[in-house]
Write a protein that binds this ligand. Structure first.
Ligand code: A2P
Length: 276
């Protein structure tokens, strides 16, 4: 497992990024600084998070060269459409205080609006004008991806989707792999809900790492990009430290098996299996 992945246009992206979803703008600068100080070089934000300004302040204060950082933001629903998307990109740059993004994503397909192909054409334009490092999507299902590819011929570099042991998205991931799309997992830790699972604790003990490190390593060995988030500096640091141990096939099989819908149709380990 490598610390970076190569995207379909040849650019490189760090395997692990710091996500700032649900961090208030006032707290974001400090959180981003903590993450960059801990060694993160990829930061994932979005217009709708309302913290692009704080993200930009954290980046500026970090003292790390812009060229060493990989910055992602996302287009919100209100800004779909070709011209709107171009304007929204500039507005994100302005709030972040950067000249370009490394990755710009359509946040959701919003099929009811039916404008994501127009928005995608604007992202293609930004890419061909050399104004963005790479372009991709988020929360797209296979039919949305198929339509983009069929109508524009441009394959998204990544699809950022919810993916964790309770929601493994195997079919969509297989489609990504077949088309050279990197699978980027949001909520890679299942919002923390799995971390007390006894099966994970046992694997963690055996490798002398934390349950979060086990889950992140499971993602990495499946060739995914992940954006774990935490407000605790010690966790922010340890979540990046998943390149010095390796899960065996048996460990991986156990985690692969954690996706078990219960009798109520809920996905994820049955609540009774939680230790706490
Ligand atoms: P906290 O901010 O208190 O550390 P996800 O990235 O899947 O959305 O998960 C984020 C959640 O997981 C947050 O609630 C975060 O809580 C928790 N979390 C993140 N890293 C760890 C960790 N290393 N150990 C335990 N909980 C973690």
């Amino acid at each position: 497992a490598t610390t970076h992945v190569q995207l379909n246009n040849g650019t490189w992206m760090p395997r692990i990024g710091f996500g700032v979803f649900q961090i208030g703008n006032d707290e974001t600068a400090a959180a981003v600084r903590t993450a960059i100080d801990a060694g993160y070089r990829s930061i994932d934000t979005a217009a709708i998070y309302g913290n692009e300004v704080g993200t930009g302040v954290g980046i500026a204060e970090s003292g790390v060269d812009r060229g060493e950082l990989f910055v992602t933001s996302k287009l919100w629903h209100d800004d779909h459409g070709f011209d709107n998307t171009l304007r929204a990109y500039d507005a994100s740059l302005e709030r972040l205080g950067v000249d370009a993004l490394d990755l710009f994503l359509i946040h959701w397909p919003v099929p009811t609006l039916d404008r994501y192909v127009d928005s995608w054409r604007a992202l293609e334009r930004l890419l061909s004008d050399g104004r963005v490092g790479a372009i991709g999507v988020s929360n797209f299902q296979q039919p949305h991806l198929e339509r983009l590819i069929a109508e524009t011929g441009t394959v998204p570099a990544v699809n950022q989707i919810e993916l964790h042991p309770g929601l493994q998205q195997r079919e969509l991931s297989a489609f990504h792999a077949a088309n050279g799309i990197i699978t980027e997992a949001w909520s890679p830790l299942g919002q923390g809900t799995f971390l007390s699972h006894p099966a994970l604790s046992e694997i963690a003990r055996a490798h002398q790492v934390t349950e979060a490190q086990v889950v992140l390593r499971w993602h990495v060995q499946a060739d995914r990009v992940v954006i774990p988030k935490s407000t605790h500096p010690a966790r922010i640091t340890s979540n990046l430290d998943v390149f010095s141990f390796e899960l065996g096939a048996a460990d991986i099989a156990i985690i692969d098996n954690l996706e078990t819908p219960d009798e109520a149709g809920r996905i994820g380990p049955h609540p009774d299996t939680f230790a706490g």
